[in-house]
Write a protein that binds this ligand. Structure first.
Ligand SMILES: *[C@@H]1O[C@H](CO)[C@@H](O)[C@H](O)[C@H]1NC(C)=O
Ligand SMILES: *[C@@H]1O[C@H](CO)[C@@H](O)[C@H](O)[C@H]1NC(C)=O
Ligand SMILES: *[C@@H]1O[C@H](CO)[C@@H](O)[C@H](O)[C@H]1NC(C)=O
Ligand SMILES: *[C@@H]1O[C@H](CO)[C@@H](O)[C@H](O)[C@H]1NC(C)=O
Ligand SMILES: *[C@@H]1O[C@H](CO)[C@@H](O)[C@H](O)[C@H]1NC(C)=O
Ligand SMILES: *[C@@H]1O[C@H](CO)[C@@H](O)[C@H](O)[C@H]1NC(C)=O
Length: 608
């Protein structure tokens, strides 16, 4: 066997040579990677700014090259060869994508979901590319990570070096905050995590400084929450975006995660306001349930009268005083208590300076249609309300906007009833423990006011006719299933690092639960869509039309806005946090751009 040392050099890029890039974790320390072309192996090189991406130029190769990556031992002997042959995805390219070892496909085909209502666009970001699985490579003190996994409930903040690798980017930031995330998630042997980039210290992550990695341990298919996000995008609700990632910490595999926005102030700016940094954001309240529910029942004028874990203020806004941070929300609850559902001008009453009624009705339609049993309607939990100052009258503080979160308990995961009823009888709102307790926003508006109920029925009909039907949803769900398959198999075989609940889902469950009921699940994902859409069509007396056309043409994007489907890269500095010219470096190689962005204040210097 013959070996060439790959030379990584910008100036050497010419047409007749290709740069190869493999993302690889050696199976034993000191092993490395290479590329094998017609039996000739070239060693690829990683350094401390690129690991686990190993790169190298092979002189004499052309865009017609066929190749496989190999793992090499320190003597340079091949110990493992990928069992398939790769080709460049585009014959005009002179570099490969960053391709994960033993994963044959890096970028996938993904059928789009049709638009039901006007789109809301977040600012552009390369954090959430839809058609690929990125890799997050964390380095940290080994003892600290051990401590974190042993005591996930301690909520300790650890400082780590964060590296994000997607098909064309290697992005590194030091001194990033890592914590375990969630509430019930911490009871599990596979933890969820959150990363915080401190924008005051010029740390950022593609304009998304607050992200969570969701463990997906309740969902054997691993696609439920992402599908829910996709439907929220279709119906024009500003929502957390998401993309799957593989997580490695100190070279140890942690598993496959769904990376999503953590809903903080930056989310309001980047997603609700489409990247408009000039808006003074309003009041944001996070709702949760445990024994008590975030039921929006009025209990008196003071914050202290409300359950503290049910309503958590995340952004104070500029109206509620610090002494009564829930004041604005309490005023809303008081209006709700005083509201007579027999009123004939209910729509105008709610739409004027109170709530984004369309957004609320669409969110509730999805809770029901997608079977989100631990959200507001059924469980009084897992949502945010945001007083958006750009809606309604500014002098009044704007209107409340509904923002759902934590949507993994859906599509028949954890569904609490044995049959799917009409929405009119879905939840029993009689007092606990027999019933779910009051949910006045559902009861008074959707169930008791005829005008709003008619509007809700129309929303259900439009969503089911456009996006929430097998013809539209199944191709997307099936594409996700194919895309995740190799990584799901890998994830499910990993030894978990915390003690705690392990649902022991298997790769067979991953495969089967797409199309059928499996253990712990009340339905398969695709049968859920089929059952629910046909039930609603029957209930409301309409026929689901064929076709997957957009119901509305999405509006043009403004300013820095992007569509997650389009996978546009953001411009570093658009969030004002990495504005300095010297703070980021871009390296362009061949026809495909590689961005290696290193914060200069960390004095890492530029790669290559
Ligand atoms: C790996 O390389 C280092 C430095 O060359 C050496 O000290 C170490 O013993 C090697 N480890 C193994 C497992 O070969
Ligand atoms: C290949 O890349 C070129 C240049 O980026 C682009 O114009 C072209 O559309 C790509 N072709 C395919 C099939 O993706
Ligand atoms: C790490 O970041 C924090 C702010 O998030 C800062 O207070 C601290 O000084 C930084 N540490 C180092 C070593 O840069
Ligand atoms: C969905 O429909 C199938 C076939 O009609 C049925 O067997 C199943 O019980 C239904 N699932 C639910 C959750 O109602
Ligand atoms: C998963 O398997 C382990 C080992 O057999 C068992 O102790 C545990 O109870 C199982 N978990 C669940 C949720 O059934
Ligand atoms: C952040 O970057 C700005 C602009 O480059 C610079 O003026 C400021 O000192 C930096 N802040 C920190 C904490 O490094």
């Amino acid at each position: 066997m013959k070996f060439l040392l790959g030379l990584v050099s910008l100036s050497s890029v010419a047409l007749a040579q290709i740069t190869f890039n493999v993302v690889g974790y050696p199976s034993v320390s000191n092993n490395t990677f290479g590329v094998s072309i017609d039996g000739v192996v070239t060693k690829l090189v990683a350094d401390e700014n690129t690991f686990p991406v190993h790169s190298g130029v092979v002189p004499g190769t052309t865009s017609a090259v066929q190749y496989s990556y190999v793992e090499l031992n320190p003597a340079g002997t091949v110990v493992k060869t990928e069992p398939f042959v790769r080709k460049l995805i585009n014959e005009t390219h002179t570099r490969t994508e960053n391709e994960f070892f033993e994963r044959q496909t890096t970028t996938w085909e993904l059928p789009k979901l049709p638009y039901t209502y006007m789109a809301t666009y977040p600012s552009k970001t390369q954090a959430f590319k839809q058609k690929q699985i990125a890799t997050i490579h964390i380095t940290a003190a080994v003892a600290e990570m051990q401590e974190m996994n042993t005591a996930p409930k301690a909520d300790k903040d650890y400082r780590v070096t964060f590296r994000f690798i997607n098909s064309d980017t290697i992005y590194t930031q030091r001194n990033i905050s890592l914590q375990t995330a969630g509430k019930s998630s911490k009871e599990h042997s596979k933890q969820s995590f959150k990363f915080k980039f401190d924008t005051d210290f010029n740390q950022t992550f593609f304009s998304r400084p607050n992200i969570k990695l969701r463990s997906m341990v309740q969902d054997p298919t691993m696609i439920r929450e992402k599908l829910y996000i996709d439907v929220l995008n279709s119906v024009g609700i500003p929502t957390q975006q998401g993309a799957w990632v593989r997580l490695f910490v100190n070279n140890k595999p942690y598993g496959l995660y769904l990376m999503v926005d953590d809903i903080k102030k930056s989310f309001l700016k980047q997603t609700v306001h489409g990247g408009d940094g000039k808006i003074d954001v309003g009041n944001l309240v996070q709702m949760n349930a445990w024994e008590l529910k975030a039921d929006l029942v009025y209990k008196g004028p003071n914050t202290a009268q409300y359950c503290d874990y049910c309503y958590v203020v995340q952004s104070e806004g500029y109206i509620s005083p610090p002494t009564n941070p829930l004041q604005e929300l309490i005023a809303f609850m008081k209006d709700l208590q005083d509201f007579d559902p027999a009123s004939t001008d209910a729509i105008a009453y709610w739409e004027t300076n109170r709530i984004d009624l369309d957004g609320f009705l669409r969110s509730m339609a999805l809770e029901y249609l997608l079977g989100g049993f631990d959200l507001h309607w059924y469980s009084g939990s897992n949502y945010f309300m945001y007083r958006n100052p750009t809606l309604g009258s500014i002098s009044n503080g704007g209107k409340w906007q509904w923002i759902p979160t934590d949507m993994d308990g859906s599509f028949g995961s954890g569904y609490p009833t044995s049959t799917i009823p009409t929405y009119k009888t879905w939840a029993d709102f009689s007092p606990a423990p027999a019933g779910r307790g009051d949910r006045p926003l559902i009861q008074k508006l959707i169930l008791q006011n005829p005008q709003i109920q008619a509007k809700f029925d129309e929303v259900l009909k439009e969503i089911v006719s456009t996006v929430f039907k097998p013809e539209a949803m199944n191709p997307r769900a099936e594409a996700y299933h194919r895309m995740l398959s190799a990584d799901a198999k890998w994830d499910l075989a990993l030894v978990r690092l915390s003690t705690g609940i392990n649902n022991n889902f298997t790769f067979a469950d991953f495969n089967n639960n797409l199309k059928m009921q499996t253990k712990n699940m009340q339905s398969g994902v695709l049968p859920w869509i089929a059952n629910m859409s046909s039930l609603v069509a029957q209930d409301l007396g309409f026929t689901i039309p064929a076709g997957v056309a957009d119901r509305v043409i999405p509006p043009p994007k403004k300013g820095a806005q992007g569509n997650p489907e389009d996978e546009e890269n953001d411009v570093p500095g658009q969030d004002g946090s990495t504005g300095g010219k010297s703070s980021a470096g871009h390296v362009v190689m061949g026809t495909a751009m590689v961005q290696v962005v290193v914060v200069a204040s960390l004095a890492l210097g530029l790669l290559l």
